[in-house]
Design a binder for this molecule. Structure first.
Ligand SMILES: [Zn+2]
Length: 293
């Protein structure tokens, strides 16, 4: 047998070996989680070329997910305590998620950001300071600086290779100039399809019932939580068990090439967040003169 023959006979063997290793790795992951774990059913590569926005609460399109496919996202972390509990719950079920970090929190808790990246989660961005007035309350220049400072802090904490051009506006309060600026830099803006309203204090049991009811109504989409909220962290193990019991599957998003695969909203779509933000801004303006009296 000369060298060429040896290679040609070895190819199928090495292919089988590769498949064997892949199966072994999958089996190992399942074994670590237990056979009943929720798991991550697939990875969706999400291109950000040309930017734009996804998530039906704010934009007339969202990620192209099948029935009963859910993308889990968490905002405002990392925060020692609740973020650790959320990460533990996800790890136990072999579920991967996307964290939209506040840069200031990433600076303060780099070990948690490193853990997120090391456990296969996507590290995305949510400004540096999460200004109370939202980015609509800042000048364009100040808003852009806060966004950039946040991305730099998140990437510094996550380490090399953890770059995701995904951004979510605090309070969903986007502006056209900022969305256009992000688009020119190939950064995709995330709204959401479902939110947990976990900014409102409630018990973990109430939180679970609320978010499951909302998920069952739309049956697919991007779901928003806050990993800084204790009520969310406490209900996360039960929430993941409930998704499994009701036949939902987790899709993990990672940066990809080109444009994202999206579906358009149906006729009559309206931005829910714009109505909410306009209401909040009007209330703030109405309250402002009274404060000076
Ligand atoms: Zn936020």
């Amino acid at each position: 047998m000369h060298f060429g023959q040896m290679i040609s006979t070895m190819r199928p063997v090495s292919l089988l070996l590769s498949i064997g290793f892949a199966l072994a790795a999958t089996t190992l992951a399942r074994a670590q989680c237990g056979p009943d774990a929720l798991g991550t059913s697939r990875v969706m590569r999400v291109g950000a070329a040309g930017g734009g926005g996804v998530g039906l609460k704010s934009y007339p399109r969202t990620l192209a997910l099948a029935d009963k496919e859910i993308v889990l996202t968490f905002d405002d972390g990392p925060l020692p305590g609740p973020t650790t509990k959320v990460l533990d719950a996800l790890k136990k079920e072999c579920v991967r998620a996307t964290f939209f970090l506040i840069g200031r929190n990433a600076d303060a808790n780099p070990a948690l950001v490193r853990r997120e990246a090391a456990e296969g989660h996507t590290v995305a961005h949510h400004t540096y300071s999460h200004p109370a007035v939202t980015l609509r309350g800042l000048s364009d220049e100040a808003a852009r600086a806060d966004i950039d400072k946040g991305i730099a802090a998140d990437e510094r904490a996550a380490g090399a290779g953890a770059r995701a051009p995904f951004f979510r506006f605090p309070g969903f309060a986007d502006t056209k100039p900022l969305v256009d600026w992000l688009a020119r830099r190939d950064i995709l803006v995330f709204g959401t399809d479902v939110w947990a309203s976990d900014w409102t204090p409630m018990s973990p049991t109430q939180q679970l019932a609320l978010v499951m009811g909302r998920i069952e109504k739309v049956r697919r989409g991007i779901v928003l939580f806050h990993d800084t909220r204790e009520q969310t962290a406490q209900m996360m193990p039960a929430f993941l068990r409930e998704l499994k019991a009701r036949g939902y599957r987790i899709v993990h998003i990672e940066p990809g090439a080109g444009r994202p695969a999206t579906v358009e909203a149906g006729p009559g779509w309206r931005s829910e967040t714009d109505r909410l933000i306009s209401g909040l801004m009007a209330a703030r303006r109405a309250a402002a003169p009274k404060a000076t009296q």
